[in-house]
Design a protein around this ligand. Structure first.
Ligand code: B12
Ligand code: SF4
Length: 366
């Protein structure tokens, strides 16, 4: 098995124009190469070395998958556009602290998401640096934001981390359409690193789904985005949860533009909403929900309290989120609006427009 460290040097000076060959940097490179100080990258990256690098960088789990994997057919053109010559993708998993995600105080949950996001970006970048230092081309698309907003409202993400993680065998998508890791459950964020080489061993898909089909995510979602049958209403989710991201923000700007004067604006936007929007612009933007993930008991590390006493689990994890009084954002006439008003009458429902366009006029997302 070849590693980054035991590859033989490939000698042979390139044919260079005289002026270029005389340049001090070029001479330094040729001298180092002649002295055997610059190793060629291994044709095949050792899977154990790779995993070790990922864990050292801060990942909690990692595995590689070939770009030729059948389940990555839809990602292929996007991956090759991001890094021409990509041969393998390395999926990385980062744990989040459970009770932070579960807190009805959104500032606590949002801090947890953003810190893990940042940690994952750092780790993926450091790992990509290790691959670069071993002589490879490697790239780490962002874990969350920034994304390619010039493509909005189309596919704004560079690579679909969930699709890659599942193909690499790090988990399976649960009813709530997030990847559930067999040990860490839903409390994980994902990163992907693209590299221009093959890996000696690729991850194998899990032969079971860690989702236990408890349907707590269905009960927790305030806008009915998750169907018991596995249907997912992405537009309902994005309209509420992303109220202070690119989609809700454009609607808020529209409200400002449409307001006749300050009094009119204040009749449309409460002080708390205005302050919350400021906070999302000043700090990383705040998710309004994520309850589907918060209540998920799946994963070996999380399951015991749910198995031991389901009633207490419901009362202490699900109910505080259901009981919370908070504004729900919905599109007028949507299923989400009817559902929110019927299931959560104590949560004020606010009609919003703008942001994501209705499905008929929206470009394909993947
Ligand atoms: C787009 C996106 C969203 C969209 C769509 C979610 C989705 N299911 O696709 C919205 C805004 C709804 C969203 C919300 C959240 N997201 Co998000 N999101 C992404 C993103 C950028 C791409 C997702 C993707 O690959 N979609 C395409 C395919 C693979 O997904 P799919 O489920 O098969 O396809 C569905 C969508 O297309 C959706 N859909 C249908 N109609 C519409 C309409 C609109 C407007 C949109 C946006 C989507 C959509 O329906 C399809 C079929 O079910 C990734 C980051 C990344 N670069 O990968 C994070 C990512 C998937 N999100 C993540 C998280 C954590 C969340 C939230 C919990 C955030 C929060 N704190 O509240 C919620 C959870 C909502 C949920 N139940 O899924 C994590 C998931 C981690 C995990 N364990 O799997 C990711 C991987 C980020 C990361 N790096 O860790 N997200
Ligand atoms: S993030 Fe919130 S709105 Fe979106 S599916 Fe989960 S619970 Fe529903």
């Amino acid at each position: 098995m070849t590693t980054a460290h035991d590859t033989e040097v490939q000698p042979g000076d390139p044919k260079l124009p005289t002026k270029l060959a005389a340049h001090p940097s070029v001479q330094a490179v040729l001298t180092r190469r002649g002295a055997g100080e610059v190793a060629s990258p291994p044709a095949v990256i050792d899977a154990a070395w790779l995993r070790e690098q990922c864990l050292a960088a801060g990942a909690d789990d990692a595995a590689a998958v070939s770009l030729d994997h059948a389940d990555l057919a839809g990602e292929r053109e996007h991956v090759l556009a991001a890094l021409p010559g990509t041969r393998s993708l390395i999926a990385m998993v980062f744990r989040m602290n459970r009770d932070n995600c579960r807190s009805p105080a959104r500032s606590v949950a949002n801090q947890e998401y953003h810190q893990t996001d940042e940690q994952a970006n750092h780790a993926a970048r450091n790992f990509a640096r290790a691959l670069q230092d071993a002589g490879h081309r490697a790239l780490n698309p962002s874990v969350g934001f920034p994304q390619e907003m010039d493509r909005f409202p189309g596919r704004i993400w560079v690579v679909a981390h969930k699709t890659v993680a599942v193909a690499a065998g790090l988990g399976v998508m649960g009813l709530h359409r997030n990847v559930i890791h067999p040990k860490f459950g839903s409390f994980v964020l994902l990163a992907t690193v693209l590299v221009d080489a093959q890996v000696s061993e690729y991850g194998q898909a899990l032969d079971y789904n860690p989702c236990i089909d408890c349907k707590l995510c269905v009960a927790a979602c305030p806008v009915g985005a998750i169907g018991k049958d596995g249907a997912f209403d992405g537009l309902a989710c994005a309209t509420h949860n992303y109220r202070e991201f690119m989609s809700g923000f454009t609607d808020w700007v529209q409200t400002v533009a449409d307001s006749a004067d300050a009094a009119d604006y204040r009749s449309r936007v409460t002080d708390a909403e205005g302050a919350s929007m400021w906070q999302s612009l000043a700090s990383p933007p705040g998710y309004k929900s994520g309850y589907c993930l918060a209540v998920c008991p799946a994963g070996e590390d999380n399951l015991a309290p749910y198995l031991d006493d389901r009633k207490t689990f419901m009362n202490t994890v699900l109910r505080p989120l259901q009981d919370k009084t908070e504004t729900l954002y919905v599109l007028p006439g949507s299923h989400a609006q009817e559902y929110a008003q019927r299931r959560f009458p104590h949560k004020p429902v606010k009609e919003v427009t703008g942001g994501w366009r209705p499905p008929a006029r929206r470009p394909a997302l993947s």
